[in-house]
Write a protein that binds this ligand. Structure first.
Ligand code: APR
Ligand code: PHB
Length: 395
């Protein structure tokens, strides 16, 4: 037997987008049910990105959701572009007056889950067979199976598709109602989480003849590192020893720097792609976050774009459901996509400036170096990089 329930907004996915949307709607008195395919433990452990832009941090603070982030997050005033065996610092704070905060996405997810549960609202974890129906009407439905095999039907006024790139929401849109823009970059990132203090107190984006490397961190005891690898690479052949060797080579610099090694806690490979679905809406289904767009991680924009989407979606849903006013909902996709395309370009700019392309020739090599020297040597160019990196204003 199928149990029939009712809510105002069905939120599919408990990542940063879905969870923050649930909080924004609750602050406006709008009811939502959150359906998440995975278990709570799984989403809280999943290692993801780690940079919160200035506007993201401000938004979380304004909602009272930044207590732990403010205590444990690592504020960064600058970053290093490492090339030609030297560090070239971009002073984010001097150039923009703003900082970024390094705080693991799964830590934020933990905080958002705990804060929602503390209000007595729920999250339906391990929701299987989620399917969306009647999206072109004013009364869409979502069906799903709970962890005990019980079937549910959720009737609602709107569906928020916050279920990431591989979710069910975007594929529920008829193909003639959506345009998909895809760009596969010819690289992947091999990421490692290591139990060792960071080797530098700032992020280092390193351009090297053997390929890009990134030194990041999660805490004073945990370092996060990445290596550019070919797009079809697997972990076979990447022993911990080889990873540390390659990192040490690519991060080599003239001057005092020693890469601190330590036990590898986690490693994985992620492809790099740019992807945008346009529009981010079909009838009463609104897409947000990775469900609608993907950026390569070089600009550290993925999680922040997801937050920026739902910052716009919440007032659009409030106006639609409370006052029957559709202007914000009708403008939702266009307003988001302006920011999304800016982030796609910034991520493309950072990626192509720092990675070694398979078809690189001496001419392209010199163009890349010239670009790096320009963004690190010209205050005007450095300011452009910095204002994108710390995050453009939400409004
Ligand atoms: N039904 C319910 N939930 C689903 C389904 C489904 N069919 N498919 C996926 N999900 C869940 C996933 O398990 C995940 O928890 O939706 C959630 C989507 O969360 P994210 O992938 O974190 O996406 P988003 O909230 O948009 O945040 C974007 O995540 O991938 C990173 O780099 C990206 O930092 C960016 C951020
Ligand atoms: C990370 O710490 O995971 C990280 C930092 C900066 C990036 C991408 C990822 O550009």
């Amino acid at each position: 037997m199928t149990g029939v329930e009712r809510t105002q907004v069905a939120i599919i996915g408990a990542g940063p987008a879905g969870l923050l949307l649930a909080h924004l709607l609750a602050a406006d008195g709008i009811d939502a049910v959150v359906l998440e395919a995975r278990s709570r433990a799984y989403v809280e452990q999943r290692v993801r990105a780690g940079v919160c832009e200035h506007p993201t941090v401000e938004l979380l603070r304004s909602l009272g959701l930044a207590d732990r982030l403010d205590r444990e997050g690592l504020p960064h005033e600058g970053l290093s572009l490492r090339f030609d065996r030297a560090d070239h610092r971009i002073d984010l704070h001097a150039l923009t007056g703003k900082t970024i905060t390094v705080y693991g996405q799964q830590e934020l997810v933990k905080d958002l889950i705990a804060a929602r549960l503390a209000t007595g609202a729920g999250i339906e974890f391990e929701a299987a067979d989620v399917a969306l129906h009647d999206l072109a009407t004013d009364s869409p439905r979502v069906t799903w199976t709970d962890v005990d095999g019980g079937r549910h039907e959720l009737r609602c006024d709107a569906v928020a598709g916050c279920d990431g790139f591989h979710g069910v929401s975007r594929p529920s849109i008829p193909s003639d109602a959506i345009t998909l823009h895809n760009h596969d970059y010819p690289f992947a990132w091999l990421g490692v989480l290591a139990k060792t203090p960071p080797s530098s107190h700032e992020l280092i984006y390193a351009r090297h003849a053997r390929g890009f490397a990134l030194h990041s961190m999660r805490s004073p005891e945990v370092t996060r590192l990445y290596l550019q690898v070919p797009p079809d690479e697997t972990l076979d052949g990447w022993s911990d020893a080889r990873i540390w060797d390659e990192l040490a080579t690519r991060l080599e610099v003239d001057g005092p720097f020693t890469l601190r090694e330590g036990p590898v806690l986690e490693k994985g490979i992620s492809p790099m792609r740019g992807f945008v679905a346009e529009p981010m809406r079909y009838g009463r289904l609104f897409l947000a976050g990775d469900a609608a767009h993907i950026v390569p991680p070089t600009g550290a924009k993925g999680m922040n774009l997801a937050m920026a989407d739902v910052y716009r979606l919440a007032p659009a849903l409030v106006a639609l459901l409370r006052q029957g006013r559709a202007e914000l909902a009708d403008g939702y996709s266009e307003r988001c996509l302006r920011r999304v395309w800016r982030a796609e370009h910034f991520s493309y700019f950072m990626t192509t400036m720092l990675h070694r392309a398979p078809d690189v020739d001496p001419f392209l090599d010199q163009l890349q170096l010239s670009q790096l020297r320009y963004v690190t040597g010209s205050t005007a160019a450095a300011t452009g990089l910095a204002e994108n990196y710390v995050g453009l204003p939400l409004d």
